[in-house]
Design a binder for this molecule. Structure first.
Ligand code: UD1
Length: 339
């Protein structure tokens, strides 16, 4: 079976994708610098699949180390590239850190792939490239808007770098996957999200409040022009999202792609408000969540949810899990890691 490199394979989406790749029989090699992940995730993956993936601790900024890696693993057929910094606020404070971590490393990686006889490349992009879209649901043809943060900009620039490289590199094929809001955990609760410090994202903040680690959830604004006044997002279960990576990779490996570079939205197609997410948590946990409405968070968009037609039709992929499934698994995971 083909050997696939997963960069950032011990992170939240990376680890779930490794599980799905192994379930489909792929041989997985993970590189991760452990800057925002834990080595214990390797055991979590192994306990689910029964097979320990090969792991190398490697920072993609270490050019010489990356060279040695590709010389050793010269039979890699595909790369799923998750390794990147992802904190929006931090990226505003430290733009060069983000450009170095997310852009330099991408360039090094593509230079390696250029030299392989053939390579299939899957890139972690984000719906953040659309900003506040003019039309909902958001299709892949919606214009890319001026990025709100250096983090968002690294996703836009990253897509452009890959597109330009694919144009002139016939042996390289790539798909950028634009994620909406990934949430939840594996149903085994052996892997899940491990935010460092105070979570910035909604769902880990909710489960940490539920378990008593945080006193109260602040709901950022209830005066938006939405049905209940809170912002709307498309929350996609991380296991559905992980499966989409395997489908996208197979599309490239089996030469089913229509162009050398393609983009797909990955979401459920359904928008949920912040208060609906809170209610889903309360429903599946049986707990009452302590929350209060506070002012708007700067930079938040009002509403974003995916048009999933292209992914459904061309990838033959659709989400199977619901928001309740996601909240149930996230809660099970939170309880397990705190016990
Ligand atoms: C955020 C980032 C986005 C990034 C994505 C990665 C911002 C402005 N946007 O998206 O660029 O791609 O994470 O996952 O940081 N909320 C609360 N209280 C909280 C936390 C969140 O009410 O304590 C609300 C937010 O206002 C938002 C929703 O919950 O309406 C989801 O927030 P979040 O999980 O941070 O995701 P995004 O803002 O969509």
């Amino acid at each position: 079976m083909d050997k696939i490199l997963v960069t950032g394979g011990l992170g939240f989406i990376g680890s779930h994708t490794v599980v799905e790749l192994q379930n489909e029989g792929f041989e997985v090699v993970i590189i991760d610098d452990l800057s925002n992940s834990s080595i214990s995730v390797l055991d979590g993956i192994t306990s689910i699949t029964g097979k320990k993936p090969v792991f190398e601790k490697l920072d993609l900024k270490d050019k010489a180390g990356v060279d040695v890696f590709f010389n050793t693993h010269n039979d890699i057929k595909g790369v799923i590239h998750f390794a990147a910094s992802k904190a929006v606020g931090e990226s505003v404070e430290k733009p060069l850190l983000y450009y170095e971590n997310n852009i330099n490393t991408l360039v090094y990686l593509l230079k390696q792939l250029e030299q392989l006889p053939t390579a299939s490349f899957i890139f972690s992009s984000s719906c953040t490239v659309y900003g506040q879209a003019d039309k909902l649901p958001i299709t892949e043809n919606a214009p890319v808007k001026q990025a709100e943060s250096p983090y968002g900009n690294t996703k836009q620039i990253g897509e452009e770098i890959i597109r330009d490289t694919c144009k002139v590199t016939p042996n390289l094929k790539a798909i950028a996957l634009r994620y909406f809001n990934p949430v939840g955990a594996h149903e085994s609760a052996n892997i899940g999200e491990l935010p460092i410090g105070v979570p910035q994202n909604l769902v880990p903040f909710i489960t940490q409040t539920g378990i008593g680690l945080r006193e109260q959830l602040s709901v950022f604004g209830d005066d938006y022009p939405t049905p209940d006044g809170t912002c709307i997002r498309d929350y996609i279960h991380v296991v559905d999202l992980a499966k989409a990576h395997v489908v996208a990779l197979k599309r490239l490996l089996e030469n089913k792609n229509k162009a050398n570079y393609e983009t797909f939205n990955l979401g459920t197609g359904k928008g949920s408000s912040v208060l609906e997410v809170v209610k889903a948590f309360e429903r599946v946990s049986g707990k009452t969540l302590n929350y209060k409405i506070v002012g708007r968070r700067e930079g938040d968009i009002i509403s974003a949810y995916a048009d999933t037609t292209k992914a459904n039709e061309e990838l033959g992929w659709e989400t199977k899990l619901t928001l309740d499934d996601a909240m149930r698994s996230a809660w099970k995971w939170e309880q397990k890691i705190r016990s």
